[in-house]
Design a protein around this ligand. Structure first.
Ligand SMILES: Cc1cc2nc3c(=O)[nH]c(=O)nc-3n(C[C@H](O)[C@H](O)[C@H](O)COP(=O)(O)OP(=O)(O)OC[C@H]3O[C@@H](n4cnc5c(N)ncnc54)[C@H](O)[C@@H]3O)c2cc1C
Length: 490
């Protein structure tokens, strides 16, 4: 008998979503991630949970409807990670006329049939907080509802849920060879040690590595795949209003400027074909300048390339082109051969539809194993067992329970852990009860939790994927954190 029903290669959003779905349906699952969870493209997304106006503009209405339905699902199952926001599109004299935008947004609201969020409206931004950060000529904006998400934590908490349903999650574990017979026999380098395991089916969810893994690890014939990269910039906070701005650029692209942590703004995206090692994706100077120029068409405060504090870039595989451009809804391929264990290949696609994509992938395997019905749309991710409209109440009650928490720290921790915050803070009465402090916001208790429950091994895992505290933590504090993690590590 094989050790596992399903082995998954890749701990990006696609891989962990498949692991979560399959483990909850009763399959014995192992997930192998060569680095850290979310270390690839999944931490470089535009962080939008949306129906996608550019897809609407291409008249792919059923895709928009499906994505909006998934948006509402995420709001229910991940109310800590997913925040509803008002998106503002300033009307620009040289771009799409307001009546066109109004018509699209009217349709957008209709396609999102369950409508838990407020509908679109036209606002006079000369007397509205959304207008404060914008240049004078912008008098009108179209506002509509969508959501933003912490993409890296979505990956990690999906993995936590998978593990709590019995999946074995292995980080720092690279699959170097997989032999296919009636089962898959996998050779793994797991934190420096070679090990062998077997599985009845295999999922290749290795993102930008999909083709090279198919070629060199699985040794199966695969269609040639292209690679694209997307990039974004982080600058210091450019606006106080609680909006995401959607800027129409002169090339008709929509550029998003969204709040990023408390003190920063994320501006993106720019995308183009990628060549090279997907582990090293950097942003070209021209792309940085492009996004600064796009922002400078709208924001009153100038954004220079020297103001960029961080670039966020990732690559993923793409297959072919549709008449509307690159296929962005993800690819799912199911390979079954007589006497050979099944192979599922899944890559790309929006974050918004990752849960649905995984559900479809696992459902394909129901011909091979008995499994329980679909479940992930109704079951909250760890810590997400409260109503999204009660987020502020959760922050308030955290501050009442742990009086030493400052407002922004409580907000960060509720966003990250939701109702699981109690597992970290327990009955602490003061800051000192939480062990050493790293910077103003991170405690030894939190780091220990991340290491024991969320597979954090190195400072970057904590500072860039379990949180974004790397944006503000001074170098000396990072060194202290590295020493602490080395002392705690098994
Ligand atoms: C060009 C582009 C456009 C995008 N557009 C959008 C968008 O419009 N909206 C949106 O929401 N999101 C978008 N995204 C981001 C989207 O979040 C990702 O595509 C999505 O998260 C799926 O990622 P993944 O799991 O397929 O890949 P990844 O997150 O890259 O995960 C793959 C993982 O496989 C691991 N791996 C590779 N080889 C091995 C091996 N041999 N053994 C073990 N592990 C291995 C890697 O380390 C990596 O962590 C875009 C991303 C890109 C790059």
């Amino acid at each position: 008998m094989a050790d596992f029903d399903l082995a998954i290669l890749g701990g990006g959003l696609n891989g962990v979503s498949v692991a979560r779905d399959a483990a909850g349906r009763g399959l014995r699952v192992i997930l192998l991630e060569q680095g850290d969870l979310g270390g690839g493209a999944s931490s470089a997304s535009p962080r939008l949970i949306h129906g996608d106006l550019s897809v609407l503009e291409r008249r792919e209405f059923s895709r928009v409807r499906a994505a909006l339905s998934e948006r509402d699902t995420w709001l229910q199952i991940a109310p800590h990670l997913v925040r509803p926001m008002r998106f503002a599109i300033p009307a620009h004299a040289d771009e799409r006329p307001p009546w066109v935008l109004r018509a699209w947004l009217w349709l957008y609201d209709r396609l999102g049939a369950r409508r838990p969020l407020p509908p679109a409206e036209t606002v006079d931004i000369t007397h509205h907080p959304a207008g404060d950060a914008l240049k004078r000529p912008f008098g009108t904006a179209l506002e509509y509802s969508d959501c933003i998400v912490d993409d890296s934590r979505l990956v990690v908490l999906s993995a936590v849920d998978a593990a709590e349903h019995g999946a074995e999650i292995c980080t720092g574990a690279r699959c170097v060879r997989a032999d296919r017979s009636d089962v898959w026999r996998l050779a793994i380098i797991d934190r420096g040690h070679r090990r062998i395991t077997t599985a009845r089916a295999l999922v290749n969810a290795t993102g930008a590595w999909t083709a090279s893994v198919a070629d060199t690890v699985l040794r199966v014939p695969a269609k040639p795949l292209g690679l694209t990269q997307i990039s974004q910039i982080v600058v210091k906070r450019l606006f106080d209003s609680d909006n995401v701005y959607v800027f129409q650029n002169h090339d008709r692209r929509l550029i998003f400027a969204s709040p990023y942590e408390r003190d920063f703004t994320l501006i993106g995206t720019v995308g183009h074909p990628f060549k090279g090692d997907p582990a090293v994706v950097s942003m070209a100077a021209g792309d940085v300048a492009y996004l600064c120029d796009a922002a400078n068409r709208y924001f009153r405060e100038r954004v220079e390339t020297s103001d960029v504090v961080r670039t966020v870039a990732g690559a993923n595989s793409v297959i072919g082109r549709s008449k509307s451009g690159l296929r962005r809804d993800g690819v799912l391929n199911f390979d079954v051969k007589r006497g050979k264990a099944p192979l599922v290949t899944i890559f790309g696609g929006d974050i918004t539809t990752a849960r649905l994509r995984a559900e479809r992938a696992v459902s394909q395997l129901s011909k091979f194993y008995p499994m329980s019905p679909r479940w992930t749309a109704k079951s909250p991710l760890p810590g997400g067992d409260f109503n999204f409209a009660k987020f502020e109440d959760e922050v308030e009650s955290a501050r009442e329970q742990w009086r030493f928490l400052g407002e922004s720290q409580a907000r960060r921790m509720v966003s990250a852990y939701g109702s699981r915050l109690v597992t970290i803070l327990g009955d602490a009465k003061s800051r000192e009860d939480l062990g050493p402090a790293f910077g103003s916001d991170l405690s030894g208790a939190e780091v220990r939790y991340l290491m024991t429950k969320e597979w954090a091994r190195f400072p970057d895992d904590v500072l860039w994927r379990r949180s974004k505290l790397g944006l503000t933590m001074p170098a000396a504090e990072r060194e202290k954190l590295a020493a602490f993690m080395a002392s705690v590590a098994p």
